[in-house]
Design a protein around this ligand. Structure first.
Ligand code: DGJ
Length: 551
């Protein structure tokens, strides 16, 4: 009898799971995204998870031997997640023959070091070019057509206007997801997937192949028109303006509906990339519905002429001005994510949190400025996580990233509890913007860069950081946890200007397994002007405080 129950269960459970996967229904146990107040969080093993990540160099995960000495250093850098490439060329060296040894090696080694993985699928594209597709794809352009420029010259970039390209990529990605489900569907070492890498056309602002020209001259697809009409009042402002300027038409060619110009070329490409990558993601999700994101090569500033126009950066990638085309074209993609290698970090975070897009940063810097950005991502923008590029070089527990993640991992559970609830926020301060104020609860909190008991404004701080973050978490009406570095922190009443604010209690300390362990009680010289907090030293520290008011 027992054996029969076991056999029935052994047969029925996997079937039931497969059926659920095929319908793309998330089982609550699979890593997934979930709303928490106004935030969207990544849930891993039933609990919210803040990705303190870092990305390997592109070629590192093609050799487990190469990675072997790196793992202990990576783990010692206090990350919880590694972002690693799995490439189509190595996974499907011959059509239909899959080799999963590298992904298996990654999963095993990550587990050994108690790390999670985000797998980056380098399929049809990487940085606008097609270099990671297998040789049998690369060398057969009759079957797998390329993008063409205005003169009809082929570029080393697979065309989005080919169902054959898309289906070959989707089949391989689905095989990868099926395999990950089989080897990791219980342990959840792999928690998210990046589909492709920094897609878009480099050079011309759109594909000029015959299929692309025909689609461009033809009507804007009905699904996109329907989306635009349905979301008319919540469209990204740039797109709404273009559509409005051309008369809010509800049908017509791309140029008739949006006007002629590079921006329309870019929108056309965004729709086509969104459709293609969305289908690849959907094929993968049908096997195993992990959260999936796409990453973006951003438009560069005016200081890099030529790189601030579509084609100078990959045209059709998921940039803010075309987010709606991606949303409409690729609904299976959960997050549109910026790779922030440009200086105006906060602007990009604001642009990428428009219309409810959850913020995840797959690539950025790993220095002191990067740590400040990681804190702001989680604290100010309710972000899912942060990942500097090139952990091969950054791995070092005493480096900026190692020190920063050590403190962030202590407060991560608190941040996650308060995200989306209006009880956590953060500010960035630096030489150009040395002061920043924010309201949290009934207090206005101001961070002052290098000011308080520290060096005079303008002079470098101890263990110099050229930009720092202040993280503020509200525990109760007068109770706060503050994380900072190289800054003074000042308080005012936000509700009654006649009241002064005093420090009732200031403790420095640490969170160990979520429990607060106080260290020194700070007062006197350690609380500048007897009314502010001072965060000195060469790393972020934590203070837990109680405020009071007096007249
Ligand atoms: C952006 C790309 O997405 C990465 O794969 C890598 O090439 C970095 N640039 C290098 O900085």
């Amino acid at each position: 009898m027992k054996l029969r129950i076991f056999l029935v269960t052994a047969i029925l459970i996997p079937l039931a799971c497969t059926a659920a996967f095929s319908q793309g229904k998330p089982s609550t146990n699979i890593p997934h995204l979930e709303k928490h107040g106004t935030a969207t969080q990544l849930i891993v093993d039933g609990k919210p998870f803040l990705v303190l990540g870092a990305e390997l160099n592109n070629s590192s995960a093609s050799s487990m031997e190469y990675l072997r000495p790196l793992w202990p250093k990576i783990a010692a850098t206090n990350l919880n997640t590694v972002l690693a490439t799995v490439s189509w060329e190595l996974m499907e060296p011959e059509e239909g023959r899959f080799d999963f040894s590298l992904v298996d090696g990654l999963i095993q080694d990550a587990r050994r070091y108690n790390l999670r993985l985000i797998v980056l699928w380098f399929g049809s594209w990487k940085n606008g070019k097609s270099t990671y597709q297998p040789v049998w794809v690369k060398t057969n352009q009759q079957r797998f057509p390329l993008v063409q420029d205005e003169k009809g010259k082929g570029l080393p970039t697979l065309s989005t206007l080919s169902d054959v390209n898309r289906d070959a990529d989707a089949r391989a990605f689905a095989a990868l997801m099926k395999h990950i489900r089989e080897v990791d569907g219980e342990a959840h070492t792999v928690i998210m997937m990046q589909v492709e890498n920094e897609v878009g056309v480099l050079g011309p602002s759109r594909d000029h192949s015959a299929a692309a020209n025909q689609a461009f001259a033809g009507p804007v697809p009905r699904e996109f028109m329907d989306y635009l009409q349905k979301h008319k009042d919540s469209l990204i402002p740039e797109l709404r303006k273009r559509w409005e300027a051309a008369g809010f038409k509800t049908s017509g060619s791309w140029e008739a509906v949006f006007g002629a110009g590079m921006e329309t070329d870019e929108l056309f490409m965004a729709w086509n990339y969104g459709r293609y990558v969305g289908r690849v993601a959907a094929a993968g999700k049908a096997e195993y519905p992990l959260p999936m994101f796409v990453n973006t090569w951003l438009r560069q500033g005016k200081d890099k002429p030529g790189e601030d126009i579509p084609g100078g950066y990959p045209s059709g990638g998921p940039l803010p001005q075309v987010l709606d085309a991606w949303r409409a074209g690729g609904p299976a993609i959960d997050i549109l994510a910026p790779d922030v290698h440009v200086p105006n970090y906060a602007d990009w975070c604001a642009w990428y949190t428009q219309s409810g897009n959850p913020l995840f940063i797959p690539e950025s810097r790993g220095d002191a400025r990067g740590v400040a950005h990681a804190i702001a991502t989680a604290g100010k923008y309710d972000g899912i996580g942060y990942s500097p590029f090139g952990i091969d070089r950054l791995a070092n527990p005493e480096g900026e990233l190692g020190k920063g993640y050590q403190v962030l991992s202590q407060v991560a559970p608190l941040i996650l509890e308060m995200q989306g609830m209006g009880k956590v926020t953060a500010v960035l301060v630096d030489q150009e913007t040395p002061r920043s104020k924010v309201r949290l609860g009934d207090y206005t909190i101001e961070a002052r860069f290098n000011q308080g008991r520290g060096p005079a404004p303008g002079s470098p701080a101890v263990g110099a950081a050229d930009r720092v973050a202040g993280l503020f978490i509200q525990l109760g009406p007068d109770d706060y946890v503050i994380v900072g570095r190289s800054m003074g922190v000042y308080f005012e009443s936000a509700t009654d200007a006649t009241q002064s604010v005093g420090l009732a209690v200031v403790d420095e300390g640490q969170y160990v397994d979520g429990r607060w362990i106080p260290g020194r009680r700070l007062n006197g010289d350690e609380t500048p002007e007897w009314k502010a907090l001072w965060f000195g030293g060469d790393r972020y520290t934590i203070q837990r405080i109680k405020l009071y008011r007096y007249r």
